[in-house]
Ligand binder design. Sequence first.
Ligand code: SF4
Length: 375
Amino acid sequence: MAGIYIHIPFCRQACSYCNFHFSTNQSYRHRMIEAILKEIKLESENLLSATIDSIYFGGGTPSIIEPDYIAKLIEQIAKSIRLSDSAEITLEVNPEDVSRANAGKWILAGVNRLSIGIQSFSDDTLKFMNRAHDAGMAVKALDNIFSSGFENVSADLIYGTPGTTLKAWEVDLEKLLKFPLKHLSAYALTVEPKTLLENKIRKKQIQSPPEELIVDSFDLLVKKTEAEGYEHYEISNFAKVGFRAVHNSSYWAGIPYRGFGPSAHSFTGYSRRWNIQNNFSYMKEVENAGCWYKEEELSEQDQFNEYIMTRLRIKEGIDLYDLNERFDSRRIDQLLSGSRKFEKRGFIECKQNRLKLTESGKLYADGIASELFQL
Ligand code: SF4
């Protein structure tokens, strides 16, 4: 098994674009942490034989809970499963939570990598996103992180927010790249169903950003990060040498992982399982040692489609030799014939027995992958 994911389902406020699972009512967070600890204990028999290379605290906003809870969760995982000596332990943090005191406690708890949600350095854009921080807090948080001794630090930015410009994106990138980050994740703002953003676009109160701005922002991102020595190793992810995200890389490599907490997903290679996406039902089922998850076996076709979707995202692309070892040759013939139209448009290239997205194809990865899926 590659890693453990822990979902902390609380946030201060709802960002306008977000459809992740979280609650802004944090009054029962102690009960929630106890439930997640119990879920790990209940599963420990199935976990003991594995060694893991990563723990990832995501959410929600994991930095919102007391650092002692993070320490307790890491302790429980270490009792239930073997952690490799160099295991990457990542905590997602939001700027408003990053004090020097908290950063010190996270280090003591065992966290060795932070992923901070900056999103933008423009106060107007942060307001539009309904983030809980402003630009000043973002800069202060980065200063606190580096002066506390964290070295392996990643930051998230978002581009293509309605009303922004290419110049504003350039300013955001330049400000962020002045910090000694080892990793950067940058995403085009997507309009997810049932979000405030989608509601406003539907009511024509705001307009989606023009595609041209997204394409130009992505080009600028690729150029600037390359100039600063980052490797573009996944569509939205850039790393200094030796600092690719261990946890996420194992998702893209199709290595099994186990998720704990409400809405967390797990993957064995042959089956997928997902926890109840309701905080109270999840806690009740775990407290009563009932059933807090659903599970499905993946058909050979599902496994093939999963393989295509994940491998197409990474720099190395799809290894056709490996694909041939795992799947029926008819599937590979069908994949190659389906990919030809994307090769003609310059979105895919096939070199040294690897099928990869080109730089211009990367922006359309999801659409291309879904057209290559087999039914
Ligand atoms: S802080 Fe993160 S998880 Fe919470 S609402 Fe905002 S984007 Fe979503």
